[in-house]
Design a protein around this ligand. Structure first.
Ligand SMILES: *Cc1c(COP(=O)(O)O)cnc(C)c1O
Length: 411
């Protein structure tokens, strides 16, 4: 290489920096299906870190659905949806997904994507393109998921959208800034369930603000779909809200146990995204077999088994709320299967994760930039496949480990 710019040297230096700041991330290879235990390098670890909240990722009926779908439709879709990749399995899935939100979004239609990241990029950039350049204003919650943040950034670059961040726990602050906004298109963007804290967005108040200010409300319910609401339809069902201003995003690789995501909104909005959502248009359709498997997952979510699985999940959450207490660490208040424990420093979080690993538990340390600096944490999550005794054992282990970390920190 010539000149003073040496990319390889830069990479080495930057990675060394990450190591020094205790921010280097590590891939781990699992050798087993997603479950409450994972085989990692010949060791069996108890996992409390997946987003497989209903324990469906390894469900025999959905596995059969995937095989049946592959026998019927093969493995690849062959093209993007608008060319020739849109299969009847995608169509059935979209109709079923729309039916889940039909009481909450008038004339609901759903559009299937291969990932939530893509769905968020498409929805935000597509909606903002309804306005002329500079004519859109996005109000985005500070703790939103990275994929929403990236969608907002892309919309701001592509369409010159104005961006205002707000604190989702203070919706009044949002109202005061949005009500004087004269831009023709206003879009409020929030996580339904905040992915690193587990708390819910105040969607009723946000909808009221959207109505008062003539804004659209985009809710990313990645962690609520399948989990919240009597039938597992998500946050709109649980909070019992309905409006044609709601753009609902659900993901299908978490509680639904498979892969993919969808945008659900009033039919004309979906028609617009099909026309103008570049991440939708320029990406190969997900294998139809995945859509076919997802239909089985939705049947389970809505049926008696789904209700039983949610009941088990809520039993576990109750046990955690009642029985888990720390001396120094902070339990974040959450009514969802995401139950974070904030330790503060990266060093303490890494030490706790290492001690947990030695005790055969897999709960990684979550550090900046995934969470704000100084709030490194253990993100504990439950699955309906966990038994009560698994959780009691974890609670005992965590109390011991807190003591060990405190002892080490003071020695
Ligand atoms: C996981 C997640 C996504 C991304 O969904 P994928 O299907 O994994 O790409 C989007 N938003 C939130 C809030 C998430 O937690």
């Amino acid at each position: 290489m010539t000149g003073s710019f040496n990319a390889l040297k830069l990479v080495e230096d930057q990675i060394t920096d990450l190591e020094l700041q205790l921010l280097k991330r590590q891939l781990r290879v699992t050798e087993s299906a997603c479950d409450t235990t994972a085989l990692v390098g010949n060791r069996l670890l108890n996992t409390f870190c997946s987003n497989d909240y209903l324990g469906l990722a390894n469900h025999p009926k959905i596995i059969d659905g995937l095989m049946e779908g592959a026998k019927k439709y093969g493995v690849g879709s062959g093209a993007s949806h608008l060319i020739s990749g849109h299969n009847v399995a995608h169509d059935h899935l979209e109709k079923k997904l729309a039916s889940f939100q039909a009481s909450h979004i008038p004339k609901a239609r759903a559009l299937f994507f291969s990932t939530g990241y893509l769905a968020n990029l498409a929805a935000i950039t597509g909606l903002v393109r309804l306005a002329p350049s500079g004519g859109a204003s996005i109000y985005s919650a500070k703790l939103n998921h990275a994929s929403l943040i990236d969608g907002v950034r892309l919309a701001s670059v592509q369409n010159n959208a104005a961006v205002t961040l707000f604190d989702h726990t203070q919706p009044a602050s949002l109202l005061s800034s949005i009500k004087n906004d004269v831009r023709p298109l206003k879009l409020i963007v929030v996580d339904g369930v905040f992915s690193m804290d587990g708390d819910l967005a105040p969607v009723k108040e946000l909808l009221r603000i959207a109505e008062q200010s003539d804004a659209l409300l985009l809710i990313d319910d990645a962690h609520g779909f399948g989990v919240l609401g009597k039938n597992g339809h998500g946050i709109l069902e649980q909070e019992n809200i309905s409006s044609d201003r709601i753009i609902y995003i659900g993901t299908l690789g978490k509680a639904a146990g498979v892969s993919g995501a969808f945008v659900c909104a009033k039919d004309q909005f979906i028609e617009w995204l099909i026309q103008k959502g570049r991440p939708y248009i320029y990406s190969t359709a997900t294998p139809p077999a995945i859509a076919h498997a997802l239909l089985k997952s939705l049947e389970i979510i809505e049926g008696d088994e789904g209700k039983e699985r949610r009941a088990q999940l809520y039993r576990l959450i109750q046990i955690w709320q009642d029985e888990m207490s720390f001396t120094q660490w902070t339990k974040v208040s959450s009514c969802t299967p995401i139950q974070p424990v904030v330790l503060g420093s990266n060093a303490n979080a890494l030490m706790a994760a290492k001690l947990l690993d030695e005790a055969s538990y897999w709960i990684p340390a979550i550090r900046p930039p995934t969470v704000p600096p100084g709030s490194a944490r253990l993100r504990v999550t439950f699955s309906a496949s966990h038994r009560e005794e698994d959780l009691y054992q974890l609670i005992k282990t965590l109390k011991t480990i807190e003591q060990q970390v405190m002892d080490k920190a003071s020695s």
